[in-house]
Design a protein around this ligand. Sequence first.
Ligand SMILES: [Zn+2]
Length: 229
Amino acid sequence: MESWLFLLSERGPFTSGEVFRSGGIYVYRGEAPEACPRCGSRRGRYHSHGGFLRWLRTFVDGRIDRIRLRKPRYLCLTCHQTFSLDPPEVLPYKRYSSFLIVLCLWSYLVSMAGMHHCLPGAVSEDISARTVARHLSLAKALAVETQQAIREVLIRKTEPRPVEDLFPGGLDPPESLRRKQSKEPDTAGMLWRALSMLRQGAQALSIDPRTLLAWAQQSSRAKKRSFLL
Ligand SMILES: [Zn+2]
């Protein structure tokens, strides 16, 4: 986990610049989507309908904390349903920031230990082994999509140089993962590779990995593709 934390360039939990701190809460004022995600009605057929608060576990000042996040809500005049928006650092319906999820997945993938002992002490108080197991199984199923999205972001930032320049040592899974491979399918190796690209790319480009992650998530969302979980 330390191999990630030194890459963080900002103390606050949101690096995309779309979330602002107001008193004790973090406020997301995202731009409304082009269409209602429930019925597809175009903008103009729905309007702002306040917002609501939710708890989120994330990294603040280098440690895990629980924060309050305010998200905008919209009411659709066609289907009469409401919908809300998540900032690019958070996946819909998740109680953990995407970066925290990445750190947990990484801890398991590079650790010699099994699911119950792979998280560092500070994290295991907040996140159970069951949660990591659930996230891991979802993330393995989406490893191809996740790797593709991260790769595309890195290609955009590296051009005209080839993206492989970011990984001079190649991307060979660590010994710990090779040992686990007997019980883990190839998708675990692919997931490790996706997260490695994120970590090494962040280091080589001097960009906060949370920012790269948010970009990858945003671009997947725009293409209506799944990402990470
Ligand atoms: Zn609608």
